[in-house]
Design a binder for this molecule. Structure first.
Ligand code: ZN
Length: 483
């Protein structure tokens, strides 16, 4: 992998020890649920030194006048799978995404993080999970993707120990784990104080998984079963799903009708009981609505989306193949209608989760169809608003909630917080879609103004055009398969 650093850093400003004062900004601080007009934010190194009404500026400060602009904390994408050093890290920054969580860790991403922390690669802060830990047979072929298959509790415990020894920040579990294997993984994670994140396995209820310590539930796949008045019967059908190794398509096609029936038998009381339980436990849900929209509304995906110019040919080949062969194969108009109905219900479900007080986090499932690095965080925010969240609550799901989950002093525009900030040209509280109007990004002490951001994007476009090769195989829920 080439080590070329985005040339945008040549025009971006690295402040060093010199303070930077952002003046006359409208500060939107999701951590305090507050808006401060005509504020001055002083940043030194990578920390916010002060936030307040316009007043004296520290001697020697670089001044950035933000009259008419809005300042929000850096955004997080809590569900990504990354492949190309020249593509994803700069696209995250250009979109104001300053924190990401990698859901299928690879040595390559660990190496990126080391260089980002050493200041030799521009990119967001990164939390990196284990490889996918799945049952047997896995939905993914281990020859194609980093997957470890565990058949029983002994193998499950060994897999956890090995992943943690190899540096995983958390353990990522997957759909086909047996119940005993999942119990063993949860117990082993508990012994090591390690976090458990991932798909709720088909063999386990959401309530049971949460009680065992699944702290971040990815996607909405298990939640319709869990809220159906016919859960027991649906689980019997789920238990009969038969798959070959690597048969993601089979899982997906066999489970869809069960999920649809679950959605049609949604029970209010069951939902209330479960969501209250998740809220009490502070179990996070990362709905990845952008991924679900790509899957459920696959027919409507825009094949000429202008953001495709930032993706290299191998990624485009992979998502195009998945769209044709997995998402759309065999779908007729009546199936399209059922999938669309499911997506509307997913939006409603996210609204119910939110109203019940279940903490939600923004994650896109980057690497699946219709998801674009960095850009799709803004799509996900808009979908959260469609689900009924206020703009402030949607912002919190991309800032304050991830910070609380990760235990970092970030996610707010407040004294002492990490100085990852995004400048917007328009008010995101008026319309959450205004988060797309990025005018500048401050990340790890470097400020990318409009010109530097434009340069980042131009560099990615050029890099994407130069990358050739076979399709990559995105590694998660992630219905893309190698061509
Ligand atoms: Zn994923």
């Amino acid at each position: 992998m080439a080590r070329a650093r985005a040339t945008a850093t040549a025009t971006a400003t690295a402040a060093g020890d010199r303070p930077t004062a952002f003046t006359h900004a409208t500060v939107i601080d999701p951590a305090g649920r507050r808006t401060i007009h005509d504020a001055t934010v002083v940043v030194r190194g990578d920390r916010i030194e002060s936030v307040g009404p316009y007043s004296g500026i520290p001697a020697g400060a670089t001044v950035v006048d933000l009259r008419g602009r809005y300042l929000i904390p850096g955004l997080a994408d809590m569900h990504v799978h990354c492949w190309f050093e020249q593509i994803e890290p700069p696209l995250f920054l250009a979109n104001g995404v300053t924190t990401v969580r990698e859901l299928s860790g690879t040595p390559m991403v660990h190496e990126w993080r080391q260089r980002i922390e050493a200041g030799t690669l521009a990119g967001p802060r990164w939390t990196i999970g284990s490889v996918i830990v799945d049952g047997t047979p896995s939905l993914w072929d281990p020859n194609l993707l980093p997957v470890v298959q565990v058949a029983d509790a002994t193998q499950a415990r060994a897999a956890v120990r090995r992943q943690l020894a190899e540096g995983a920040d958390f353990v990522k579990v997957y759909s086909r784990l047996s119940r005993p294997a999942f119990h063993a993984i949860a117990a082993e994670c508990g012994r090591h104080g390690a976090r458990l994140v991932g798909h709720c396995p088909d063999s386990v209820t959401v309530a049971e998984a949460a009680d065992l310590g699944l702290g971040s539930v990815e996607h909405l796949f298990g939640l319709f079963y869990a809220t159906s008045t016919r859960e027991a019967a649906l689980r019997e059908r789920l238990a009969r799903v038969q798959l070959e190794l690597g048969d993601y398509n089979g899982w997906f096609n066999q489970c869809h009708p069960i999920e649809y029936d679950a959605m049609r038998t949604h029970g209010r009381i069951r939902t209330r009981l479960l969501f209250d339980r998740l809220a009490r436990r502070r179990t996070r849900v990362v709905p990845t609505l952008t991924m679900h929209r790509g899957l459920d509304l696959a027919r409507t995906l825009d094949r000429s989306d202008p953001r495709r110019r930032y993706l290299p040919a191998p990624m485009l080949a992979s998502v195009d193949h998945a769209l044709a062969e997995l998402y759309l194969r065999g779908r007729d108009p009546s199936l399209d209608a059922r999938w669309a109905e499911l997506f509307e219900a997913r939006l409603a479900l996210v609204g119910e989760l939110h109203r019940a007080g279940v903490p939600l986090m923004v994650g896109t499932d980057l690497a699946t169809c219709g998801v674009y690095p960095g850009f799709s965080v803004h799509d996900e925010l808009a979908l959260f608003a469609d689900a009924g969240l206020s703009p402030m609550d949607a912002l919190r799901a991309a800032t304050t909630e991830p910070a609380a989950y990760l235990g970092t002093r970030s996610g707010g525009v407040a004294r002492g917080h990490v100085a990852d900030l995004v400048v917007l040209d328009a008010d995101p509280l008026r319309d959450i879609r205004n988060t797309r109007r990025v005018a500048g990004v401050l990340a790890r002490g470097t400020y990318y103004d409009r010109a530097a951001r434009d340069q980042l994007l131009a560099d990615v476009e050029r890099a994407a055009a130069g990358i050739t090769g076979a399709a990559v195989a995105p590694a998660c829920a992630c219905h893309a398969v190698p061509a």
